[in-house]
Design a protein around this ligand. Structure first.
Ligand code: FRU
Length: 487
C-alpha cells in the first residue's frame, strides 16, 4: 500500500507555482472548460459522483507540454460548472506504473472510491508492459495504491489498457481496450464480485467480431453504458482509414448501439457511429450521476502528431476537456446535450425572434458578437441553398441545403491563414447550438444529434459574427455571453 510521496507533490506544486502567471497571461486560456494548471492534459479519467461532489480526474503531464509519464490530476465540483483543483490523485512512482498512471475509471463500493487504471512500464529498450491496477480512497482525495489486479493474458500485446468498471445485477464488470497478437483492436471483458479478483471472459467486441470486419489495430478507452434500455459501447479505434466524410482525424472516437446478453456475455450491435465530427475530440468517458443522468466528458485533443503547432505551448499548457454533456438515446442515435447547469454561465441575453434572412451576403445582428459566448439558432423556415455563420476571422460553419452537407471550417493551426474543414451529411437543419470559449468551439446540431468540437486560435481579436444566406431562412437567434469560472 502506497500513498503519493510528499516529494512528488512538492515537485508538482513548484511546477504550478512557477508557471501560474505564464499560463494566466495566455489570451487563449479557457474561461469555463477544464484545462491543466500547467503542462499537458489528455483523457478524462475516473468520472464519479461521491459524497455530494463530481470528481473529474484527468491524464496529466505537469512537467511538459508533451506526452510522458502521466499523473492523474484531479478537479471536483458541486455543480459541473465551478471546478476546484485538488491534490494529484496518482503519481507514476511505483514499479508497476513508473512510465505513467494511464487512463481508467472509478466506482464507489462500501463508501470508498475504487479507481482502476493502467500502469504503463517501459524497460531500457523501450519494451512496454501493462498492468491493470487498483487504488482505493476513503475520502475521494488521497489514494492508497494496491498494485496490479490484472496481468496481460496470452494472445494479447502490451497495448492492454484503460479499464472502465461498472455494476450490473450484483456483479462488477470491466471493459478494457486491447490489441490481439494478430494486431486487431478489441474490447475485452472481465467480471468480479469483490473488485479485487477478476475473471477474464475474452474479447467482447472488436475487429473481426460480432459481424464486424477489420476495424483497426487497437481499441482504446472503451466504456459500456446502458441508456434508455439500450447498451452502448463507446470506444476509440485506431487505424481506420478515412472514408468520404468519415474518420478524418488520426484516431477515431465513436459508439456501437446494441444489446448485451449478460448470461452469454455477448453483444449484438449495429454500425459504428462517430461521436463527434470536429478536429479535436477523443477518449471520452461517462459517469452516472445521482440524478440518473449519463454525463460525458471528452478530451478536446487527438493524436500526438497534431500537437506541435498549438500556440498555448508557449504558455506552458496544452489541451482541455469538453464541456459536460448529458447523453440521451433516441431515434437509434446517441444525442449529446450540454448539461443544464451550464445555463448558470449565461449573461446578457440577446434574443431575436424570427429573423428573416433573404439572400444576405453578410449581415450581423447588433450585440450578436463575442469571443466567449453561447449562441442558439433555431431554424423555423429554410429555403436556402447555403447558410453560413462566420465567427471572428478563423471560424465558419455552414449548411448547404441542396447538397445536405454541414461544414465546419477553421483556420489551420500553423498560422498559414489557410483553412481546413470537416463535413457531415445532414438531411435537415433544425438548430445550431454553439458553445464558444476563448480557444475552443463545440457545435451541437439538431439538439445534439451531431456534434463538432475543435480548438481554434484566432489571432485577429475579431468578435464579429456574420450570417450569410443564399436563399431564405427564418430563425430565432439567441446569444449569451458566458461567465469566466476558471481562475
Ligand atoms: C488515449 C490514451 C489511452 C492511455 C492514455 C495515456 O488518449 O492513449 O489509451 O491510457 O491515453 O495518456
Amino acid at each position: 500500500m502506497k500513498k503519493t510521496s510528499l516529494d512528488m507533490q512538492n515537485k508538482v506544486h513548484q511546477q504550478i507555482t512557477e508557471y501560474k502567471q505564464v499560463v494566466a497571461s495566455d489570451s487563449y486560456r479557457l474561461h469555463y472548460h477544464i484545462m491543466p494548471p500547467v503542462g499537458l492534459l489528455n483523457d478524462p479519467n475516473g468520472l464519479v459522483y461521491f459524497r455530494g461532489k463530481y470528481h473529474v480526474f484527468y491524464q496529466w503531464n505537469p512537467f511538459e507540454t508533451s506526452h510522458g509519464a502521466k499523473f492523474w490530476g484531479h478537479y471536483t465540483s458541486d455543480d459541473l460548472v465551478h471546478w476546484e483543483e485538488a491534490e494529484i490523485a496518482l503519481a507514476p512512482d511505483s514499479w508497476y506504473d513508473k512510465n505513467g498512471c494511464y487512463s481508467g475509471s472509478a466506482v464507489i463500493h462500501n463508501e470508498k472510491m475504487y479507481v482502476f487504471y493502467t500502469g504503463n512500464v517501459k524497460d531500457e529498450d523501450g519494451n512496454r508492459s501493462s498492468y491493470q491496477c487498483l487504488a482505493i480512497s476513503e475520502d475521494g482525495f488521497t489514494f492508497e495504491k494496491k498494485g496490479p489486479v490484472i496481468h496481460v493474458p496470452d494472445g494479447f500485446t502490451a497495448h492492454y489498457r484503460d479499464p472502465k468498471v461498472f455494476h450490473h445485477q450484483n456483479k462488477w464488470y470491466m471493459v478494457l481496450g486491447a490489441q490481439t497478437e494478430q494486431e486487431k483492436g478489441v474490447t475485452v471483458l472481465y467480471s468480479s464480485s469483490d473488485l479485487e479478483r477478476w475473471q477474464f471472459h475474452g474479447p467482447f467486441a472488436g475487429s473481426g467480431l460480432n459481424g464486424l470486419g477489420d476495424f483497426g489495430y487497437m481499441w482504446e478507452c472503451p466504456d459500456l453504458i446502458e441508456i434508455n434500455g439500450k447498451n452502448v459501447l463507446l470506444v476509440c479505434p485506431q487505424g481506420l482509414l478515412a472514408r468520404g466524410f468519415a474518420f478524418q482525424n488520426i484516431f477515431q472516437s465513436g459508439y456501437f448501439g446494441g444489446q448485451v446478453d449478460f448470461d452469454s456475455l455477448s453483444f449484438k450491435h449495429g454500425d459504428f457511429v462517430e461521436l463527434d465530427r470536429g478536429f479535436d475530440f477523443y477518449a471520452p468517458q461517462t459517469m452516472r450521476d445521482e440524478k440518473g443522468r449519463t454525463i460525458l466528458f471528452g478530451w478536446m485533443g487527438n493524436a500526438e502528431e497534431a500537437d506541435v503547432i498549438q500556440p498555448t505551448v508557449k504558455h506552458h499548457w496544452i489541451h482541455a476537456l469538453t464541456i459536460p454533456r448529458e447523453l440521451e438515446w433516441k431515434n437509434e442515435n446517441l444525442y449529446q446535450h450540454p448539461v443544464e447547469e451550464l445555463q448558470q454561465l449565461r449573461l446578457n441575453e440577446v434574443y431575436y425572434p424570427d429573423v428573416k434572412f433573404n439572400d444576405d451576403a453578410g449581415i450581423s445582428l447588433s450585440d450578436i458578437k463575442g469571443n466567449v459566448f453561447e449562441l442558439l439558432v433555431e431554424v423555423t423556415y429554410i429555403q436556402a441553398t447555403d447558410f453560413s455563420i462566420e465567427i471572428g476571422a478563423s471560424l465558419r460553419i455552414s449548411y448547404n441545403a441542396k447538397e445536405k452537407v454541414f461544414t465546419f471550417e477553421r483556420e489551420k493551426l500553423n498560422q498559414s491563414k489557410a483553412f481546413e474543414s470537416r463535413h457531415c451529411h445532414l438531411e435537415q437543419l433544425n438548430s445550431i447550438h454553439v458553445y464558444k470559449d476563448a480557444s475552443s468551439i463545440e457545435i451541437f446540431i439538431n439538439d445534439g444529434a451531431v456534434v463538432f468540437s475543435s480548438r481554434v486560435f484566432d489571432a485577429s481579436n475579431s468578435e464579429e459574427i456574420t450570417f450569410k444566406v443564399n436563399g431564405h431562412i427564418q430563425a430565432n437567434v439567441t446569444k449569451w455571453d458566458l461567465k469566466r469560472v476558471t481562475c
